[in-house]
Design a protein around this ligand. Structure first.
Ligand SMILES: *Cc1c(COP(=O)(O)O)cnc(C)c1O
Length: 399
């Protein structure tokens, strides 16, 4: 039987839309676009003509999503990547080369530290690690070849908040760039470009998509930092998929509502936990006992006249043992133990057995992460419901 091209792949049928305009973005899954001529292919692949040729080099759904994220962040430039980690890798790879030095916060996401330590180190990139809340220590750690400072707006899981403007100043005095991982804050809580950041990363997997069903990353930057970004993104192959971008675009449309609601609830839960039996201490940047309250108030966005402090609340059980943490997890049946954050519903994590399990006992202690440390990512349930769910978890531990 003859097998023609038409039988395998019928001619593209274009359905006329007449004057009907879809109210939502279309999904463009094509891996390749038809080139009408050699000149056309050459112009587009060479970047002299706008348009699409090959999905890894760019596709409409990534461009729609990156443009929306760029506007939310008030950023000059933005690209979407396959994950938060690839966004961080892209931010580094596009700016540094062998012989350069990178200064990292000691509280960074474990994989970010591993990236520089275990991976980039093999390519001749040096790094050191410092407490970015200690500006004198940061100043003392900057070397002649330091090209970048990497820090998180709100650290995991102890929720320390760094002074971004001072860090940007220190970086710029030494011709280095400041890259900020803003995942725990989101642009609703913090806009790092206003404080002088050069590159901003979000794991869209978390708060930005907010529905726990997509892995994607965002890298935003200034014009001056952008030379190699798009070329490196395509060449290293960290491009996103169209359907994931479309889902994240949908998730993004409720970001403001989700995050303002979750921040408000988180503040209530932090206050509730501060008085709850069985709880030794509570970490939340909005509490008077938090060491960075003043920085947070100055640096974070407000909503209806109230500062936003994020949707993550960390607390320490009075009985700080793994057994007590397990008991809390077994009893708090309405709060699933999901080692991530930013989902629609409230979830919990146990840093010592998940995100920070590979650290030495000494580093865990230095970072104030104990067997009884529990991190909550507050979702969209009512604060009353979340309080009841926590009370169930604390039953028998609330001596
Ligand atoms: C999750 C996370 C990342 C990595 O993002 P992925 O999308 O999982 O690759 C980076 N930084 C922080 C602070 C995170 O929480």
């Amino acid at each position: 039987m003859k097998r023609s091209r038409q039988e395998l792949c019928p001619e593209i049928v274009e359905v006329p839309l007449f004057d009907s305009r879809p109210s939502r973005s279309a999904i463009h899954p094509a891996t390749v676009y038809i080139c009408p001529s050699t000149g056309h292919a050459d112009e587009r692949l060479g970047g002299r003509q706008p348009g699409y040729v090959y999905q890894r080099d760019g596709h409409p759904n990534a461009d729609i999503l990156s443009e929306k994220c760029r506007r939310i962040h008030n950023a000059p430039r933005a690209v979407i990547t396959s994950s938060g980690m690839s966004a961080i890798t892209l931010g580094l790879i596009s700016q540094i080369e062998a012989g350069d030095h990178v200064l990292m916060s000691n509280r960074l996401y474990g994989r970010s530290l591993a990236l520089v330590d275990q991976e980039l180190g093999r390519f001749g990139i040096a790094h050191s690690v410092v407490d970015m809340c200690d500006l004198q220590a940061v100043n003392d750690s900057i070397q002649a070849n330091t090209k970048m400072l990497v820090v998180e707006t709100i650290s995991n899981p102890t929720l320390r908040v760094v002074d971004l403007q001072s860090l940007a100043n220190l970086a710029h005095e030494s011709d280095a760039l400041l890259m900020v991982d803003n995942t725990f804050a989101s642009p609703i809580v913090c806009q790092p470009f206003e404080s002088g950041a050069d590159l901003v990363v979000e794991s869209l997997t978390k708060i930005m998509n907010g529905h726990g069903d997509v892995s994607l990353g965002l890298l935003c930057g200034t014009d001056a930092s952008w030379d190699r970004v798009e070329y490196a993104l395509s060449t290293w192959g960290w491009t996103s998929g169209p359907f994931d971008c479309w889902l994240a675009e949908r998730g993004l449309s409720t970001l403001f509502l989700r995050m303002t609601s979750a921040c408000k609830s988180a503040f209530e839960i932090a206050n509730f936990l501060s008085k709850a039996g069985g709880v030794e201490s509570v970490l939340y940047p909005g509490l008077a006992v938090h060491p960075d309250l003043e920085i947070a108030k100055r640096q974070f966005e407000t909503h209806q006249g109230e500062p936003l402090f994020g949707n993550i609340v960390t607390f320490l059980l009075s009985d700080s043992t793994q057994a007590a943490a397990d008991r809390f997890i077994q009893q708090a049946t309405d709060i699933p133990f999901c080692p991530s954050l930013g989902d629609l519903v409230t979830t919990l994590s146990h840093p010592l057995s998940s995100s920070h399990r590979t650290l030495s006992v000494e580093s865990q202690k230095d970072l104030a992460i104990f067997p009884g440390t529990i991190r909550l990512s507050i979702g969209l349930e009512s604060p009353e419901f979340i309080q009841e769910a926590i009370k169930k978890g604390l039953a028998g531990l609330d001596f």
